[in-house]
Every structure is written in structure tokens, then in C-alpha cells.
Design a protein. Structure first.
Ligand code: G6P
Length: 367
């Protein structure tokens, strides 16, 4: 595998294009877990835990943040989440009746492992969402939830991120069913939405590349980029910014759209494009009004939306990337694709070492 990029220029590109297959693979595993009904995750006893704790680093942390929205919304479960380097020292008053999830592609990240050990000592039930099944984090957990993404070589995480999301979505649905917070019909509808992902991902990957390359050529001329989103699109905005800065070295920030007024709006001018991630969901109109605030100050907007959103918004954007309209639960995974490809192609235009960006490591095993 190591030597083989297939027809792709970089492992990162290969791994982006592997996502429909990887997601199909992980879903096959977890949908049957959901369909096996109430005891999908017996170790966690989702019906009685008072709260859930999540900790991770980097991209895995941002996947956890999206997971938090799902556990809260569908399973009515309070979620405490932090980056592992803070989590391990915060002296959080955690209940031993509670459960904790640690997310790590490598399963070897030092801070995440230390957070796991901290929770284990306090008596919490430990779950690990990992790619490397033979890793330290997997070994020390009470329950392992493999993401089954296959080897990820590119330092910037892509398919591991969407596979982590698929596992978190499945666990949130399973928790919701166990806790009786959604109906059986809602469970079935969510499972049907998840099952559509491989097909929709394939369709998106087959169609958006020319548009993304055009946009990436332009983006590569800027020094600063702001990403905005609301709801689950907020962590995705942070992931978009992280991906871009990691591999293109362009300074980028991801912000909650509603926080625009509380700071970043002071930076808006024609030199800082604003990438707005806005599927046509219940937040769309609010996010569009943030977009209008950007446009009114001479800012350049790049809108990433779906067919319904593109019809509904009349704003004159610098670019609009239009994806198929999809159910809310799968939007973060589908919208990850243009975000990843944009960072990738921008870095290719800048001529950076995409798979081995300067100063970064695939796995951070020291504190
Ligand atoms: C490094 C990698 C990131 C990754 C993070 C956490 O920073 O470059 O891609 O998200 O570590 O790694 P883990 O293996 O724990 O997911």
C-alpha cells in the first residue's frame, strides 16, 4: 500500500477519493449494529448514563464536536468535550457512572491516551473510536469502535474524519434508540439517510473537481481565509480552516457564523475571502444574513451550499459550490468533500509537500 498512490498524485488525493468505499464499508458494520437493536453498545448502558465525555486532538477532536451535536439532539445526552491536552489537566468533576469516548486515527496520540487513562482511573466506561485496531488507545479501552478506513498515509486526515463521523452518527442513533428519545420510524429514516452516503459521495467526487480547481487557483493568491458555519457546519468550518492551513500554509480561521459580529467582522475586506458552509437546513437563513454582513463590508464570499440553498440565496458571491440536497444527518460528511478538495488543490497550486507538510507529524506521540 505504502508505495501505491494508484492514478493519484498524492496519498491525500487518493484517500479523499476512497471515501465512498470506506464509508460504505464502515456503514455495513455499524448499520447492522444499530439494527441489532437495543444492546448495540451494552458496555455503555446508554439508557442510564448521566452524560458522555469526549476527548481527542486535531481533526479527531473536530469529529467529536460534530458528534456532540448528534448525541445532544437525538439521544438527549449531555456531552462534555475538549481537546485532550486541556482535558487531561482540567480536573473536570466527572461522574464514575458516566462513559467516555476517545477518538484517534492512530490510537497513539499521547494527550488522548493520557485523557483515557485519567477517565479510566475515575471509573468511567471507556470507548475508543480508532483506525489502528492494534494501538495503545484501542488496547486500554473497554470497547473499541473501529472506523475501518484502511491505512491513512497523508498527514492531513480526510477519510479517517468522515469515517469517524459515520461511527459517531451510528453510536448517537443507537444511544437515542436505547434512551427512547427518538421513534422507531425516525431511527429507520436516519439509517436510510446514512445508507445513501456512498452513492452521494461518489456523485459529488465525480462532479465538483473542475469547479474546485478554479476556486483553488484563486484562493492560492490570498494570505488569510475565514470559514463560517452554524450547527454541525461550525466544527466543519474549523476543519476546513485546519485543512487549509496544514497543507497550503495559508492562514485560516474557522468561526461560528454567529460570532462574526464579535470579532472577525473587523478583518473583513477584499483581501480575506470568507468561505460560508451552509446547507439548506434550519440555520440557513441566519447564516445567509451573516453572509450579507460580509458582502456589505466589501468581503468576498465563497458559498458552499446545496441545490435548495443555491436557489434560495440571491447574494452575489465570488463563487458558489453547489452540492446535492441531502438529509441533515449526512450533511457534515458530504460537505467535508469540497472542504478537503479545496485545501488539497490550493496546496497543489502553491507547490507545497501535500502528504508531508512542514513541521507536522501524522501521529503525535509526545506531549
Ligand atoms: C496530528 C495529525 C492530525 C490528527 C491529529 C490527531 O496532528 O496530523 O491529522 O488529526 O494528530 O491524531 P489521531 O491519530 O489521534 O487522530
Amino acid at each position: 500500500y505504502l508505495a501505491n498512490k494508484g492514478k493519484h498524485r498524492h496519498f491525500m488525493e487518493k484517500e479523499i477519493y476512497e471515501q465512498p468505499e470506506a464509508i460504505g464499508h464502515v456503514l455495513a458494520h455499524y448499520v447492522s449494529l444499530i439494527e441489532n437493536r437495543a444492546d448495540a453498545v451494552p458496555i455503555f448502558d446508554f439508557a442510564s448514563i448521566p452524560s458522555l465525555t469526549i476527548s481527542a486532538c486535531g481533526t479527531a477532536y473536530l469529529a467529536g464536536l460534530i458528534g456532540k451535536y448528534w448525541f445532544e439532539r437525538y439521544a438527549r445526552l449531555t456531552v462534555e468535550i475538549d481537546v485532550a491536552s486541556e482535558f487531561r489537566y482540567r480536573e473536570i468533576p466527572l461522574s464514575p457512572q458516566s462513559a467516555a469516548l476517545f477518538i484517534s486515527q492512530s490510537g497513539e496520540t499521547a494527550d488522548t491516551l493520557a485523557s483515557l487513562r485519567y477517565c479510566k482511573k475515575l471509573g468511567l466506561k471507556i470507548g475508543a473510536i480508532v483506525n489502528a485496531a492494534e494501538s495503545s488507545i484501542a488496547r486500554e479501552a473497554d470497547a473499541v469502535f473501529p472506523i475501518l478506513a484502511g491505512p491513512e498515509i497523508g498527514v492531513a486526515s480526510t477519510k479517517a474524519f468522515t469515517c469517524q463521523l459515520a461511527v459517531l452518527a451510528a453510536l448517537a442513533i443507537s444511544a437515542a434508540r436505547t434512551r427512547g428519545t427518538i421513534t422507531e420510524n425516525e431511527v429507520q429514516a436516519l439509517v436510510r439517510s446514512l445508507a445513501e452516503m456512498p452513492r452521494i459521495m461518489g456523485q459529488v467526487l465525480n462532479s465538483i473537481q473542475p469547479k474546485i480547481e478554479l476556486l483553488a487557483r484563486e484562493l492560492s493568491k490570498y494570505h488569510d481565509v475565514l470559514y463560517l458555519g452554524r450547527g454541525t457546519s461550525f466544527p466543519l468550518a474549523m476543519e476546513g480552516a485546519l485543512k487549509l492551513k496544514e497543507i497550503s500554509y495559508i492562514h485560516a480561521e474557522g468561526y461560528a457564523a454567529g460570532e462574526l459580529k464579535h470579532g472577525p467582522i473587523a478583518l473583513i475586506d477584499k483581501n480575506m475571502p470568507v468561505i460560508v458552509i451552509a446547507p439548506f437546513d434550519r440555520f440557513f437563513n441566519k447564516t445567509v444574513s451573516n453572509m450579507e454582513e460580509v458582502a456589505a463590508r466589501g468581503g468576498r464570499v465563497i458559498l458552499v451550499t446545496d441545490e435548495k440553498g443555491a436557489t434560495a440565496s440571491r447574494l452575489d458571491t465570488m463563487h458558489t459550490i453547489v452540492l446535492p440536497a441531502v438529509d441533515e444527518i449526512i450533511a457534515p460528511m458530504i460537505f467535508s468533500l469540497p472542504i478537503q478538495l479545496l485545501a488539497y488543490h490550493t496546496a497543489v497550486f502553491m507547490g507545497t509537500d501535500v502528504d508531508q507538510p512542514r513541521n507536522l507529524a501524522k501521529s503525535v506521540t509526545v506531549e
